[in-house]
Design a protein around this ligand. Structure first.
Ligand SMILES: Nc1ncnc2c1ncn2[C@@H]1O[C@H](COP(=O)(O)OP(=O)(O)OP(=O)(O)O)[C@@H](O)[C@H]1O
Length: 481
């Protein structure tokens, strides 16, 4: 067991204020951190923007030894490392982008067996490499391996939407270091995923040691809405621009404008994200919005690193011309800008979890924010074909089934005109209590209108199946990410 400080539990309020510059804990953060500091394994499932990162970062600052944070996305690691370094915490990351000098520094630090680094962010792929494993063994022998934190832990399960096979190999940690506590954190797991994650990591074999915190997925400040469309109507662009102009008009009204100006905000500064399904659509939509006088920029995997960094930095700084990021799913987990006022899904996403994870980028400051999804039955069929075609062969037998189930749950959610959106989401994630929805979804706002909009907006199933048979909307070239 790594060494722990005897006074560590008393330190947590002080560390929260001094190192993290935050006044109070959010509900449950204290209990989670205490459980971690007491040496338990910890499973945390909490809504997007809950503040899960603090739950492993604060113990890492207090405890002796190094915390290894395993994270699936480079951008997510970089954001967290930058924020920690700005708070004077010695956090680092080892990944394919790490400069040679920094890499050498980290390896030397690990080789001492007594690393000064508090948190080291790595990919699951690196954790599978023998060289890295040997270095961790040296640290462990010196009783300096404090904890393993697995962020976005749903990626471990082949029943989860973002499954990555190297996450499965993280079972090595418990097998090799049975005394080192493991924390896993996720916003989007259902019951099957949860059990699979725990079993894979070997945590369910030690129930006395494991503390589980499952909080609601509910985000009451997100206004959820499905907007119905079809290939024939092709009206997303006009619909969206009309909506945004309505928002500008309301913000431009006299008293609101004065309020905004007093707060140093521009009327047109309404930061948002539009998720598209392909690079081509991402580029063309951003260009069309700019043409319509709206500050929108594309963000996808094929842009240079410099371009992506610049776009992200200028969007985060609320610069004119950078209000809206039009992105593929390359822009998702871990984006932590507090004033994102809307997230639009231009097309149906590929999974229920992906949809909610991306919608969760909105309203992280707790203020009302809009999430709408443009849904057409033609897109539903296209996404279905994509999932059938793209499911990785090494995803395991459950993976394809899980992906298709998730997609069909999302289609059912889109076509449901009889229930609260928030309630459907919480039920999907295995919650039994119905969350409060204060007119924050299209069903609560106008159930009769919702039914009418679906009937008017969607192509009929008969038409869709005829088109499918005739190959009427088979042009998937536009749909490759
Ligand atoms: N106790 C706190 N007081 C104030 N702000 C907090 C507190 N805890 C966390 N935050 C802030 O909340 C924001 C969200 O935290 P974090 O990025 O850890 O969310 P998350 O739960 O990982 O969400 P997601 O799953 O969406 O990535 C961050 O800006 C963080 O600084």
């Amino acid at each position: 067991m790594p060494l722990s400080r005897t006074d560590s539990l008393q330190d947590i309020d002080f560390t929260l204020r001094r190192q993290f510059n935050k006044e109070t804990f959010r509900p449950h953060q204290r209990e989670i951190i205490q459980a971690a500091l007491a040496g338990n394994d910890v499973f945390v499932q909490a809504a997007t923007s809950f503040g899960k990162s603090l739950c492993f970062q604060l113990p890492a600052v207090i405890d002796h030894g190094i915390t290894i944070v395993i994270s699936p996305l480079l951008s997510l690691m970089m954001n967290q490392v930058e924020a920690l370094r700005a708070a004077n915490v010695d956090a680092r990351t080892l990944n394919s982008n790490t400069p040679l000098a920094e890499r050498d520094h980290i390896y030397q630090d690990l080789a001492t067996g007594h690393p000064l680094t508090r948190l080291l962010y790595v990919t699951p792929e690196l954790c599978s490499s023998d060289r890295f494993r040997k270095r961790l063994q040296v640290v462990h022998e010196q009783k300096e391996l404090a904890r393993i934190a697995v962020d976005e832990a749903h990626c471990i399960s082949e029943w989860g939407h973002d499954f990555r096979k190297d996450f499965k190999r993280l079972s090595w940690f418990r097998e090799t270091f049975p005394d080192v506590p493991i924390m896993c954190l996720t916003a989007t797991a259902n019951d099957i995923v949860r059990r699979d994650v725990l079993e894979t990591l070997g945590l369910d074999r030690t129930p006395d040691r494991l503390k589980t915190f499952t909080m609601t997925a509910h985000r009451p400040n997100l206004h959820l809405e499905v907007r119905f469309t079809s290939d024939e109507a092709n009206d997303r662009f006009d619909d969206f621009v009309t909506w945004l102009e309505g928002v500008f008009d309301r913000r431009g009204a006299e008293d609101r404008k004065a309020e905004l100006e007093a707060a140093g905000e521009r009327v047109e500064c309404v930061p948002g994200i539009i998720y598209t399904i392909s690079r081509d659509e991402c580029e063309s939509l951003a260009a069309a919005l700019r043409h319509a006088g709206i500050g929108a920029r594309p963000f996808h995997a094929k842009l240079t690193k410099e371009k992506k960094e610049e776009t992200l930095a200028r969007w985060i700084a609320n610069e004119p011309g950078y209000s809206i990021i039009v992105a593929t799913t390359a822009f998702g987990m871990g984006i932590d800008k507090d004033n994102v006022r809307f997230v639009v899904h231009w097309r149906m996403p590929k999974s229920f979890e992906g949809y909610y994870q991306e919608a969760g980028r909105a309203g992280r400051d707790g203020n009302a924010s809009y999430c709408f999804l443009y849904y057409s039955r033609e897109d539903r069929d296209r996404v279905y074909s994509m999932v059938m075609r793209d499911t990785p062969k090494d995803g395991g037998s459950g993976n394809k089934k899980a992906r298709l189930e998730s997609l069909s749950n999302l289609a059912a959610y889109c076509e449901d005109t009889n229930s609260c959106r928030h309630a459907t989401i919480c039920k999907y994630f295995g919650e039994t209590q119905v969350p409060e929805c204060d007119f924050a979804c299209d069903w609560h706002k106008d159930p009769a209108g919702l039914k009418k909009r679906l009937q008017r907006g969607l192509a009929s199933e008969e038409w869709i199946s005829t088109q499918r048979e005739e190959g009427g909307f088979d042009d998937y070239t536009y749909w490759s990410e």
